[in-house]
Design a protein around this ligand. Structure first.
Ligand code: NAD
Ligand code: MLT
Length: 523
């Protein structure tokens, strides 16, 4: 296997990769060069420099995983990677403390004009009056985005005896309270805070979350910091606010275009800047490189991805417990799609009993994958199954109930097209899957090998002739289950057979008087 490292990566991360794979370090590639080379590689490791565009992804025919040694994946076309079945991972925790410390360093530098004073004295000026600062003690800090880094910044600001307000629609009042933080709207923060710092990802909701209207609400003494992503604060509005003394200063580590040599911001006297240094500490770089390298080794050698952006990630202990359910759900949904034998518009996965209390997302993904595989073959995998179902307008429904009748946990998969449906239920006994119901009929089957499901009228002389058809064609029946129904009613027989059954033999079975349909399923 070959790994391309296209941005600088710490030695420790490289060593881990080199112990398992051929590793090429080739930094500073243009999009064109990357498109040309990428088809040779099974994995790509990047930081924020490499732009993994749709063109790059389309050319990445062997690629299985893209590892971002850092948090933000805004330089990766994650949707494109998902469609192509490529796992995207990041290292969400490795640099959070460095980024939080950089934010505090920027805030203190802003408060005391340290960069400007440093520059002045080094040019042989002694300007003590010009660089009068402010204390942060007792001041209010507004944090937009109270995630990993935002929370660390809030904690450190409280250590500096600041009052902390925050805006984050995904953090509850209770959680904020536990952190000693008061939740407010962006506008309230703009009005009240002495310092404002942003720590959200860059999304369509957060782009320009601080814009001209918010600057208009701020006090002239307010100072603002962006150590998250360029574009969260509108750069033109910020330049305007600084140049027109609407605010007292700004500290910026990240820019819409990096390096930002054409940005109007660089001419603002009240602005202090660093060249995207938030994660640039020895500790953070080792942490993120090791985390991404270990995860790439795990995925390329058949293990799990802990920090995947585009597949549900669950704790390893839970994954062990879910593994047989994942296999069972995939087999059952695949069998349902085969039974239905046509397109489908909906898949419903019902979890009953103990399993309903678990995080069943990977089981649902496996069920969707199993169903789609009948039509799409190896083009579908755990990464792209959900997005493929969505693009094919297949509705995915999960149901949960804590009650079951016979078993402690059961899963039922139902695949529907209009009025027609196929439904199979199963359970896990002693770590192994078992099918317990097919289309409403109780059965007891091991989900492996070949199975003939024959719908028929419950009357004499149907089952025997069917078995004769198989026998005379030298097909061994290894198991048989027949559903209960009134005489003359419709039921199913499920025949486990030892080999594939060619279509002409199935046709012969369907010709038996009383047989409504007979289908072969590969479990
Ligand atoms: P995180 O996912 O832990 O936290 C982000 C928070 O933003 C979450 O709590 C989320 O609920 C919140 N959020 C999402 N949408 C929001 C919205 N519309 N309004 C308000 N809040 C919203 O991420 P993190 O690890 O704390 O990283 C935060 C940012 O810092 C990211 O943009 C990341 O790329 C950046 N970062 C920069 C550097 C650097 O070198 N400067 C280093 C590390 C991380
Ligand atoms: C990140 O998102 O982790 C940061 O931008 C740091 C980086 O990789 O440079």
């Amino acid at each position: 296997m070959k790994v391309l490292v296209s941005d600088p990566l710490s030695e420790q991360g490289l060593t881990i990769l080199q112990q398992h794979f051929t590793v090429d370090v080739n930094t500073g590639l243009s999009e064109e060069e990357l498109v040309e080379k990428i088809s040779e590689y099974d994995a790509l490791v990047i930081r924020s420099g490499t732009q993994v565009t749709r063109r790059v992804i389309e050319a990445a025919d062997r690629m299985k995983i893209i590892g971002r040694a850092g948090v933000g994946v805004d330089n990766v076309d994650v949707e494109g990677a998902t469609e192509k079945g490529i796992i995207v991972i990041n290292a969400p925790e490795g640099n959070m403390l460095s980024a939080a410390e950089h934010t505090i360093a920027m805030m203190m530098s802003l408060a005391r004009n340290i960069p400007q004073a440093n520059e002045s004295l080094k040019s042989k000026k002694w300007e003590r009056k010009k660089f009068m600062g402010v204390e942060v003690n007792g001041k209010t800090l507004g944090v937009i985005g109270l995630g990993r880094i935002g929370a660390e910044v809030a904690k450190r600001a409280q250590g500096l005896e600041m009052k902390v307000l925050a805006y984050d629609p995904f953090v509850s009042e209770e959680r904020a309270k536990e952190m000693g933080v008061t939740m407010r709207s962006v506008q309230e923060i703009a009005k009240e805070a002495d310092f404002v710092t942003v720590h959200t990802p860059l999304t369509k909701e957060t782009r320009n979350i601080i814009d001209a209207e918010e600057f208009d609400l701020m006090k002239n003494s307010t100072r603002i910091i962006n150590c998250a992503r360029g574009g969260i604060i509108n750069e033109e509005a910020l330049a305007d606010a600084l140049n027109n003394n609407k605010i007292a200063g700004a500290a910026v580590d990240v820019f819409v275009n990096e390096p930002p040599f054409d940005s109007p911001l660089l001419d603002c006297e009240k602005l202090i800047v660093t060249p995207h240094l938030g994660a640039s500490t020895k500790e953070a770089q080792v942490n993120v490189a090791v985390s991404v390298a270990e995860e790439i080794v795990s995925v390329l050698t058949g293990g799990n991805a802990k920090n995947a952006i585009n597949i549900p990630s669950v704790k390893p202990e839970l994954m062990t417990m879910l593994a047989p359910y994942i296999q069972l759900a995939e087999t059952m949904s695949n069998a349902c799609a085969q039974l239905l034998g046509k397109n489908y518009e909906k898949i419903e996965i019902s979890y009953n009993g103990d399993i309903a209390e678990k995080d069943t997302r990977p089981v649902t993904v496996a069920a969707v994958k199993g169903m789609l595989e009948v039509a799409l073959g190896s083009a579908v995998n755990y990464v792209n199954a959900t997005s493929l179902a969505k693009s094919r307008q297949v509705e995915v429904v999960e149901r949960k109930s804590d009650t079951t009748e016979e078993f402690s946990s059961t899963i039922k998969v139902e695949v529907t097209m209009g009025d027609e449906k196929a439904a199979i239920a199963g359970t896990i006994i002693g770590g192994k899957g078992k099918i317990i119901n097919v289309n409403g009929e109780h059965v007891d089957m091991i989900p492996s090998g070949y199975l003939i499901v024959a719908k028929h009228i419950n009357k004499p002389n149907v089952i025997g002739p069917c078995c004769m058809v198989l026998g005379k064609n030298n097909i061994n029946i290894s198991g048989m289950q027949v559903g209960r129904a009134e005489i003359g009613g419709t039921t199913i027989m499920a025949l486990n057979v030892d080999s594939e059954v060619p279509e002409p033999i199935l046709k012969e079975m369907r010709a038996v008087e009383g047989i409504i349909d007979a289908k072969l399923i590969k479990l």
